[in-house]
Design a protein around this ligand. Structure first.
Ligand SMILES: Nc1ncnc2c1ncn2[C@@H]1O[C@H](COP(=O)(O)OP(=O)(O)O)[C@@H](O)[C@H]1O
Ligand SMILES: [Mg+2]
Length: 225
């Protein structure tokens, strides 16, 4: 399989002097297109920092992030914003839904912000796949946590991004809805073939991944490719 995401000697420092934190220490990874990759490691090991850098949400201290042939951090701000909006779908632990908008409007909101026309049929198919089709006119507070996370997943998928980045997406859900959301997530991944990179603490999720990147104190350890 082709490599879609690559980091080259990627470093990210926070602070300076005695406050210096080296959150990523020369990370070199390659992620195959269409794969499901799990990033695992203790709290504070650098998982979110790595995910944010892949998502174009941060800036490296040194090194490169290359996604789909594009060297992200040489792009100008506008081009980088386009990259975030069009190539990437983000799912976080918190759902970040807009309370005043129903589920459907939440799902298409980023597309409207990008001045594009939502593909209603595609959104309905996603909602069907995620089991929220009969909830599209509901407001977030009328939905369970698991349903809200499914809306957030539909929002991340609706613009047909190449890469889905998920930071502990089931972290706020109980075991059962977490499992269910994950299953749907992976079903969508199978069906639409997107590359998924997921930060998780859950070894059961890791077991389902095509590859696991273990990160320890800012370095990839073990099965790094
Ligand atoms: N904005 C920040 N300012 C200073 N230090 C930070 C900041 N963000 C993260 N860090 C530090 O960088 C390290 C990695 O953090 P993070 O990537 O959030 O880890 P993880 O997601 O694995 O828990 C930690 O030591 C954390 O305290
Ligand atoms: Mg984190």
């Amino acid at each position: 399989m082709d490599t879609i995401i690559e980091t080259v000697n990627l470093c990210r420092n926070y602070g300076t002097g005695s406050n210096l934190v080296q959150a990523l220490k020369s990370v070199n990874i390659q992620i195959p297109a269409g794969s499901f990759t799990a990033i695992m490691g203790k709290s504070g090991s650098g998982k979110s920092t790595l995910l944010h850098l892949i998502g174009g949400l941060d800036r490296p201290s040194s090194g490169k992030v290359i996604v789909d042939g594009e060297d992200l951090y040489v792009l100008n701000q506008d081009k980088l914003a386009d990259y975030r909006r069009r190539k990437i779908g983000l799912v976080f632990q918190s759902y970040n839904l807009i309370e005043e908008l129903n589920a459907y409007d939440n799902i298409v909101f980023p597309i409207l912000l990008d001045k594009k026309k939502p593909d209603r049929g595609y959104v309905e198919m996603l909602a069907e796949e995620l089991g929220i089709k009969d909830r599209l006119s509901h407001l977030p507070h009328q939905l369970s946590g698991g349903q809200q996370q499914r809306v957030a997943i539909a929002r991340a998928l609706a613009h047909k991004p190449t890469v889905i980045l998920a930071d502990e997406p089931t972290g706020n859900l109980d075991q059962e809805s977490g499992q269910e959301v994950l299953k749907l997530f992976l079903a969508c991944h199978e069906k639409f073939g997107q590359t998924i990179v997921m930060v998780t603490h859950d070894p059961d999720i890791g077991a389902l991944a095509d590859q696991i990147l273990n990160i320890e104190d800012g370095r990839i350890v073990g099965d790094a490719v």
